[in-house]
Design a protein around this ligand. Structure first.
Ligand code: GLA
Ligand code: ZN
Length: 671
């Protein structure tokens, strides 16, 4: 992405909702708060094209010029997330059909069929207007296409296109029948025209997960096409300007690695729930940084105060917005953008936080905090822009495994891929060990990593297990878990025992997997060569009953008919080591195991810190920048040991134990 001279600071602004005097006041307040980027006009299609092919851009021309006169740049959004009423009325096929077959009514935003040709035609047409008018405007920093894609559709157009997509993927109907294993329940299809979208109405019990899985892939492909429809138009006017979109924080529905290949930069909207632990937010940032191989990302939205759409919309506590903002930057964001700049008068989000609230005042807690943060970000300049996060640990994240694992009926209904990733990620977060999220493919290069963690890598697509096996053989450490290596890319289970193609590297075979009720548990008794701080830990959820072949047994189950059988193993394989955890252990076990593995793999955390205190490091042209973040409401410390840092905001020199007040942040350079 084009290098800015400063962190972009600002967010969504909807000037078409305000009169001239209010806009004038906004400009004054934006300057006061150090705002240097505004995203607009995300939802203004109805105003810009009041009739098909009739455009009214005069007001937007004027506001962009005015923003630029105030020294602020723009992230220009094509307004295609919310089609105008005439489009839905004249061409009802633009509206999505839901899983129950109902054509939905106009009124919602992000509520169109991504395969509607009419939608695509009108979206491209308005993108041309944007390109023609603004592609060389000096205020233009980046293009933002639509908003939070992710609408499923089951309309006749999608139905027809799904059949074509399948024909291209499988060639012949015999191949499709074999891949989907349609012989089960006699679901054989004789022609592509007989294939139905996996809707609920057709669902007497559960649709074949192989069909559902392909629908998810299809939806990703079609949504990418829909995005590219506009991207290509914008690029044709000025290839230099980066084009992106903003991903919803609820990221399951579209394969974000596939999407990101089409973006110049990843942008995402961070709206943590009050109960989300800091490591969960950190992990999502790391995932976003991973989507384009470690490239810095755009924090496209966050709330400057409470949300409105959660059941209980807690105020962000003093210092919390600052802390969350720096956490994003600490994990790779080069922007700090909010939704929204001025709180809307009415509508669905009238109670959503904004920099300027309904009071219109600047002597508010939220505005003052925003202003103070603006000053700090101005002072930091381009210090860490485009800086990378050196990491020696990779986490594998595979959207196909995520979908397939959670589509499967059994062994437990509580399967939760993100939660499992988060359970394994937390110990690394707590030790300030940087982690990259990587899409496992046949050609993934793991050579820079001392350790690869693959929680519930349920599906191994062609070449993936082979690449991981070679990585271990060559000296790498691989940690795999229960529910790994069970299925191929069509969700057909592997023969010859799980973890399938990873069996050789793991040195085990899994005979069966017990699923416990939430109130049940088992125990892990540590045995054999690995000494851990405790002899016994709790475990539950899923318990593999497995056999060690070449692997050493590190822990056995404590209870039940499989008491005394292996549960955690380690296999020396080639020059490397493969670790396997056949259950869901309690957190303390994952902490202790992470310590043991990191010791063997030679992985160290940045600094020691008290619980809730996080330290990260980004390295760029201007050297290394270290972020120290205290997620506690109370004072807590990081221990720099002999390292010496200088606080870029206060000028203080730091070494040894560094105190951080509750929700305190330090941004430092290394001395
Ligand atoms: C999303 C949308 C915004 C707004 C916010 C509110 O992220 O992109 O338009 O609705 O949520 O939290
Ligand atoms: Zn459709």
């Amino acid at each position: 992405m084009k290098q800015a001279d400063r962190i972009y600071y600002g967010g969504d602004y909807n000037p078409d909702q305000w009169d001239d005097a209010t806009v004038a006041e906004d400009m004054r307040l934006f300057r006061q708060a150090g705002i240097n980027l505004l995203t607009l006009p995300v939802f203004s299609w109805a105003k810009l094209e009041p009739e098909e092919g009739v455009y009214d851009f005069g007001w937007l021309d004027a506001i962009i010029d005015r923003i630029w006169q105030n020294g602020i740049r723009v992230c220009l959004a094509t307004p295609t997330a919310a089609q105008p009423a005439w489009l839905s009325t004249r061409y009802p096929e633009v509206l999505p059909v839901d899983i129950q077959g109902r054509r939905r009514t106009h009124g919602m935003r992000v509520f169109f069929c991504v395969n509607s040709l009419k939608y695509r035609e009108r979206a491209a047409a308005i993108a041309h207007e944007f390109g023609r008018r603004y592609a060389h405007h000096p205020a233009l920093a980046m293009w933002h296409v639509a908003n939070e894609y992710g609408t499923s559709c089951y309309c006749p157009a999608c139905q027809a296109k799904f059949r074509l997509w399948l024909r291209q993927r499988y060639g012949g109907i015999e191949e499709l029948n074999a891949r989907w294993n349609t012989a089960f329940w006699g679901r054989t299809v004789y022609a592509f025209d007989e294939i139905a979208l996996p809707t609920e109405l057709n669902d007497d019990y559960r649709f074949n997960p192989a069909v559902q899985l392909d629908y998810m892939r299809f939806l990703t492909d079609c949504t990418v096409e829909c995005f590219n429809n506009e991207r290509d138009v914008l690029k044709s006017y000025n290839p230099e300007i980066p084009v992106l979109t903003n991903t919803s924080g609820f990221i399951k529905k579209l394969d974000q690695f596939a999407f990101a290949r089409n973006l110049d930069a990843v942008g995402w909207d961070n709206y943590p729930w009050p109960q989300d632990p800091p490591h969960f937010v950190a992990m999502k940032h790391d995932i976003m940084r991973g989507l384009k191989g470690g490239q810095s990302f755009v924090l496209a939205e966050q709330s400057p105060n409470q949300q409105n759409w959660q059941p209980y919309n807690r105020l962000k506590r003093p210092g919390e917005v600052r802390l969350l903002s720096y956490q994003a930057m600490a994990h790779g964001a080069d922007t700090c953008l909010f939704f929204q700049m001025r709180q809307s008068a009415a509508g669905q989000e009238k109670f959503h936080g904004a920099i300027i609230g309904h009071s219109g005042r600047s002597d508010t807690r939220v505005f003052r905090e925003a202003e103070a943060l603006g000053k700090e970000l101005a002072a930091l300049g381009d210090r860490f822009l485009q800086a990378r996060t050196p990491a020696r640990v990779a986490f594998l994240m595979d959207w196909n495994s995520w979908w397939a694992l959670e589509l499967a009926s059994g062994p437990s209904r509580d399967m939760d891929y993100l939660k499992t990733l988060s359970a394994y990620y937390r110990p690394f977060f707590a030790r300030n060990i940087a982690v990259d999220f990587v899409d496992p493919a046949a050609d993934t290069d793991y050579s820079g990593y001392a350790l690869v963690v693959a929680p519930m890598l349920y599906m191994t697509k062609p070449g993936v297990a082979e690449a991981l096996t070679e990585y271990v053989r060559g000296g790498g450490h691989l940690l795999a878990t229960v529910m790994t290596g069970l299925a191929d890319e069509n969700d057909r289970c592997v023969f010859g025992a799980y973890p399938g193609k990873l069996r050789e590297a793991m040195g085990i075979w899994v005979e069966e997997t017990d699923a416990l009720r939430p109130e049940e548990g088992n125990g892990l008794a540590v045995c054999g060569p690995l000494k851990l701080p405790r002899e016994r830990y709790a475990c539950g959820f899923l318990c593999d009953v497995l056999h060690a072949e070449s692997a050493e047994v590190l822990a056995v189950y404590a209870d039940d008919f499989y008491a005394g059988t292996p549960c955690v193993t380690r296999n020396r394989f080639g020059a490397g080591t493969a670790w396997y955890v056949g259950t869901q252990p309690e957190d303390a076990f994952l902490d202790d195991l992470t310590d043991a593995i990191c010791r063997e793999a030679g992985v160290e955390g940045l600094y020691a810190s008290e619980p809730g205190v996080e330290a990260t490091r980004r390295v760029g042209e201007r050297g290394a920048t270290v972020f120290l973040l205290n997620h506690n409401a109370h004072l807590a410390c990081a221990d720099l040991g002999g390292a010496r840092l200088a606080d870029l905001l206060t000028g203080e020199k730091l070494t040894g134990r560094v105190e951080l007040p509750g929700r305190g942040v330090r941004v430092c350079r290394e001395l």
